[in-house]
Design a protein around this ligand. Structure first.
Ligand SMILES: [Zn+2]
Ligand SMILES: [Zn+2]
Length: 332
């Protein structure tokens, strides 16, 4: 394993090879995320041990009442603040859920789907079927497989907009939970891979990151790494150019904009070597961003790049696509 340094940006990667399946992901330094290294010298550990020894017995009798007070507070808050739909804020029965109308507008993707680009198919004879676009002999893709929660429409599109542009960070757990379900075969692939796949988010340009204050793909990648217990590297990729906005641009214009848009951080290249990477992004519109990032990772030594996103922008209607994605929606 290459020697790496802890990074101020909080990147994590590479757990030990013999990690038990239920172990927490480790930081690059080899420590678990919650681990606080003891300070240099002996004073700090002694004080800490002393504190635990003398304070823990005093705190023990307070645990029961504290838990009771905590549970009562939650119950009280539930009564005062009833559950609301995540998308439209109408009252619902389920906390952190969707109302019936919003749920009905979600076009969840489920099999049959194209094993390459993840587009829902109308019919499929085997689990590894490809759509005509992916089967095209001249089709070249840096991404082996893409999986998405659903199509970019209805409540899912509203949730993504609220998350990206409305500071709705409360949506991260639910979006990551859906991505975890949609990306099962990428996250928990049964193979003889020597190293677990590495989760890498699509980065923002530093100017956009500064303005938005968070990288929406980075937060999702962090939640997915935690729930799937896979290593994460937040800063393997860097954006080389600032692109103002791509709204309304054609696929060709977007691909031209994003040509060589990324580069890999030299000190992270060791982590990528001969490894499967799972790229995390919010929406795949034309696929230009993911393709560009995938090419960069392959050129830097990655063996395979898969992508996991919240939503796919529906392609123009084609005869092989599921005719009404609403009918194919999953419960969840
Ligand atoms: Zn709703
Ligand atoms: Zn396809």
């Amino acid at each position: 394993m290459p020697q790496t340094q802890p990074d101020p940006q909080g990147s994590v990667a590479d757990p030990a090879a013999n990690e038990p399946p239920n172990a927490e992901p480790r930081h690059l330094s080899g420590q678990r995320p919650g681990h606080r290294p003891a300070r240099e010298g002996k004073l700090w550990p002694q004080l800490r041990l002393g504190g635990q020894r003398y304070l823990a017995p005093l705190a023990r009798p307070l645990r029961g009442p504290f838990r009771l007070a905590n549970t009562s507070l939650k119950a009280g808050l539930d009564l005062l603040l009833p559950a609301h739909c995540l998308a439209c804020a109408q009252p619902t029965q389920v906390p952190s859920g969707l109302c019936a109308a919003c749920f009905g507008s979600m076009a969840f993707i489920r099999p049959p789907l194209c094993d390459g680009c993840g587009t829902p198919l109308l019919v499929s004879l085997d689990s590894q079927a490809l759509c005509p676009a992916c089967e095209e002999p001249l089709a070249v893709s840096a991404l082996a497989r893409t999986r998405a929660v659903g199509l970019y429409q209805g409540a899912l599109a509203e949730l993504i907009k609220a998350y990206k542009h409305g500071d709705r960070l409360d949506l991260v757990p639910r979006l990551a939970q859906w991505m975890q379900a949609a990306g099962q075969e990428l996250l928990h692939q049964k193979t003889d891979e020597r190293q677990p796949p590495l989760i890498v988010p699509i980065p923002l340009h530093w100017r956009r990151h500064l303005k938005r204050r968070y990288n929406q793909s980075g937060l999702l990648a962090q939640a997915l790494a935690r729930s799937s217990r896979l290593p994460l590297c937040q800063d393997a990729l860097l954006r080389q150019h600032f692109i103002a906005s791509q709204k309304g641009q054609s696929a060709d214009e977007r691909f031209a904009n994003l040509y060589e848009a990324f580069r890999t951080r030299p000190k992270r290249r060791g982590l990528l070597q001969d490894r499967r990477i799972i790229l995390i992004d919010d929406v795949r519109t034309t696929g230009a961003t993911l393709q560009s990032a995938g090419e960069t990772l392959i050129q830097s030594g990655a063996r395979q790049v898969d992508a996991l996103v919240i939503a796919l922008v529906p392609a123009p209607k084609a005869s092989y696509l599921a005719s009404d994605p609403q009918e194919d929606s999953l419960q969840g």
